[in-house]
Ligand binder design. Sequence first.
Ligand SMILES: NC(=O)c1ccc[n+]([C@@H]2O[C@H](COP(=O)([O-])OP(=O)(O)OC[C@H]3O[C@@H](n4cnc5c(N)ncnc54)[C@H](O)[C@@H]3O)[C@@H](O)[C@H]2O)c1
Length: 92
Amino acid sequence: MVAIWWTASFGNRLCEVIVLDNLRCGNMANLSRSWDRIQFVEGDIRDEDLLREVMERVVVVYHLAAQSNVMEAERDPEYCCTTNVDGTLRVS
Ligand SMILES: NC(=O)c1ccc[n+]([C@@H]2O[C@H](COP(=O)([O-])OP(=O)(O)OC[C@H]3O[C@@H](n4cnc5c(N)ncnc54)[C@H](O)[C@@H]3O)[C@@H](O)[C@H]2O)c1
């Protein structure tokens, strides 16, 4: 999940970007070029308290957190369902 909030401060940046990912299949190395421009939160979209906390000042959400691998989804259907279905409902 990638979340964005607009900052009210008089800085150069127009927005702040938060990346929330539980690193189940994500790789921190993929963020290396953006490291100085994002806030990374290692966490799960199924964690309601964390989600509420992260969403507090957020204006835009790009919801990409998912169990996207079909073989993994077959291996662990409960994880797939709680992330892709329940998790998506929570994010929305
Ligand atoms: N890749 C594409 O071409 C494409 C095209 C259209 C739609 N999509 C959709 O976009 C979404 C993401 O696809 P992708 O290819 O980037 O998948 P991906 O597997 O590369 O990325 C999914 C990310 O979600 C994270 N994640 C998994 N479960 C999580 C959880 N419970 N809480 C927090 N983070 C969690 C993983 O660690 C990973 O970084 C999927 O819904 C997919 O169907 C992808």
